[in-house]
Design a protein around this ligand. Structure first.
Ligand SMILES: [Fe+2]
Length: 308
């Protein structure tokens, strides 16, 4: 196995204002499957093409936003390595015992990065149904529903101190910068980062408020599914922020839309495969609109203002 260390973005716990309205939205529109509930009332969900026990957790709260983003790593031994390196970097480390608050998930190394986001890393997670079959596998074991979200994909995080968060992800966690966007003075204000082979697993953008979520994304199978997703969203009166569209950065085809609590979601497909020998692709300030929204070539009013 050539990929070691952090394997992929794999989980998010999201705050929602009304739990049952959100469960209905995330199962019937987004197409996730409910796999369980915790004793404190959180709801565990997953995409139809994931082995992992769950990739999404809904927690009822007074404000929308994210509690933490989770990453799957290659081995339990790497967690110890990561905990030590994170402390050396100067960030706090909490070891969360297995099954403490996430059923089916092994022990986690948890930290809070300079942008204010909690990031958790885990090596072990049980499987749950539905999941892909492995013997003479069909293309799905249960028919996708709603927009057909297949797998957890990535998130865009907004916060102050983004350069230090990016430095932590690259120097400690082994992420590579895939693309970046520049301010007029040449300083970086957004960086797309990959830990393995995706065009990106996480992106970080400089922002004055800490711990903000711009969007979290699930992957669909193809561009036709993106069109189908737009139909489903319209029939369900979902608020669409942008798209169907393509990002210039990472070349992902996508739709931005909002959940009933105001959390921005993305459904995406395609994009290129990343390899660590690739040079960083750069968007200068005059072309960043094209980097985000390739067809309109300009940012919409919401992009830099609406976060949760
Ligand atoms: Fe995205």
């Amino acid at each position: 196995m050539a990929i070691t260390g952090v394997l992929r973005a794999a989980m998010m716990q999201l705050r929602v204002l009304d739990l049952e309205t959100s469960v209905d939205f995330y199962t019937n529109v987004v197409g996730l499957f409910e796999v369980g509930r915790t004793s404190d009332g959180r709801v565990l969900l997953k995409g139809y093409d994931e082995f992992d026990h769950h990739s999404f957790v809904l927690r009822k709260a007074e404000t929308a936003g994210m509690d933490f983003m989770g990453f799957k790593v290659a081995s339990d031994a790497y967690l110890d390595f990561l905990a030590g390196r994170t402390k050396e970097f100067g960030l706090p480390v909490e070891i969360v015992p297995a099954n403490a608050d996430q059923p089916g998930v092994g022990r986690r190394v948890s930290t809070r990065v300079p942008t204010g986001h909690r990031l958790d890393f885990f090596a072990d997670i049980e499987e749950s149904d539905p999941k892909p079959s492995i013997l003479n596998p069909e293309i799905w074991s249960v028919e996708p529903r709603g927009i057909g979200s297949a797998t957890f994909d990535h998130a865009l995080l907004f916060g102050p101190g983004s350069a230090e968060t990016v430095r932590y992800l690259m120097e400690v966690c082994g992420f590579a910068a895939v693309e970046k966007g520049l301010l007029p003075d040449g300083n970086t204000f957004v960086t797309w980062l990959s830990c393995a082979n995706r065009a990106h697993d996480v992106a970080v953008l400089e922002f004055d408020q800490p711990g903000k979520l711009h969007h979290v994304a699930y992957k669909l199978d193809n561009w036709n599914d993106i069109g189908h997703a737009a139909d489903i969203m319209t029939m369900n009166e979902v608020t669409i922020d942008a798209g169907p569209m393509r990002h210039g950065a990472t070349r992902r085809q996508m739709i931005y839309f909002f959940d009933p609590s105001g959390n921005r979601l993305e459904t995406c497909t395609s994009g290129y495969a990343f390899y660590p020998d690739m040079p960083v692709r750069v968007w200068d300030f005059d072309h960043i609109g094209k980097g985000i929204f390739y067809y309109t070539r300009q940012l919409n009013d919401n992009f830099l203002k609406v976060v949760s």
